[in-house]
Design a protein around this ligand. Structure first.
Ligand code: TYC
Length: 140
C-alpha cells in the first residue's frame, strides 16, 4: 500500500491514507492466522496436472516400388539388389509383386534413410532413361 505525506492548508502534516486505517489493515487482515471459512483458505492451490515425460519414437517410413510399363524386369531386380541389399530371390519377388499389383513395399527405415534410398534407386533408373519410381510414406 502506498502512503503519502502531505500538508493541510493550515500547514499541519497528515498521512494518507489515515494512520488508523493502516493499523486496521495490518492487524486484522494480513497478520492473523488463517481460519477455515476464510475465502482463500478453501482454495486448493496444489497443481493436479501430471507432466508426461514420454517421448514418442519417430515413425518409420516405407519405401515403395511403383510399377511401370517400360523398365525391364531384370533392371528392377538389379536396382533392388544394389540399393536394398536383397538377394536375387527376394528382389525378384518384390519386383513381381509390384508388377502384378501396381506397387510393393520394399523395406522400412528411419525417414531420412528411406528418402535417400528411394531417391538413389529412382535416380538409377532415370540415368538409364527408365521411368522407374520409388516413393516413401510414413508407417501408421
Ligand atoms: N512392368 C515392368 C515390365 O513389365 C517391370 C516392372 C516391375 C517395372 C516392377 C517396374 O516396379 C516395377 N517390364
Amino acid at each position: 500500500m502506498r502512503c503519502a505525506l502531505s500538508r493541510t492548508l493550515e500547514g499541519a502534516a497528515i498521512t494518507y491514507p489515515p494512520a488508523d486505517f493502516l493499523i486496521m489493515v495490518g492487524a486484522s487482515q494480513e497478520n492473523r492466522q488463517p481460519r477455515p471459512g476464510d475465502p482463500m483458505t478453501e482454495i486448493d492451490t496444489k497443481p493436479r496436472v501430471k507432466v508426461s515425460t514420454k517421448t514418442e519414437r519417430p515413425r518409420l517410413h516405407k519405401v515403395i516400388l511403383v510399377n511401370d510399363d517400360y523398365t525391364p524386369r531384370e533392371f528392377v531386380v538389379t536396382v533392388l539388389k544394389a540399393e536394398f541389399r536383397m538377394s536375387e530371390d527376394q528382389a525378384y519377388r518384390v519386383m513381381m509383386t509390384a508388377h502384378r499389383r501396381g506397387a510393393c513395399v520394399v523395406a522400412v527405415y528411419a525417414r531420412d534413410i528411406a528418402e535417400t534410398k528411394a531417391t538413389r534407386a529412382t535416380e538409377a533408373g532415370r540415368s538409364k532413361g527408365y521411368p522407374l519410381m520409388f516413393t516413401t510414406e510414413p508407417e501408421e
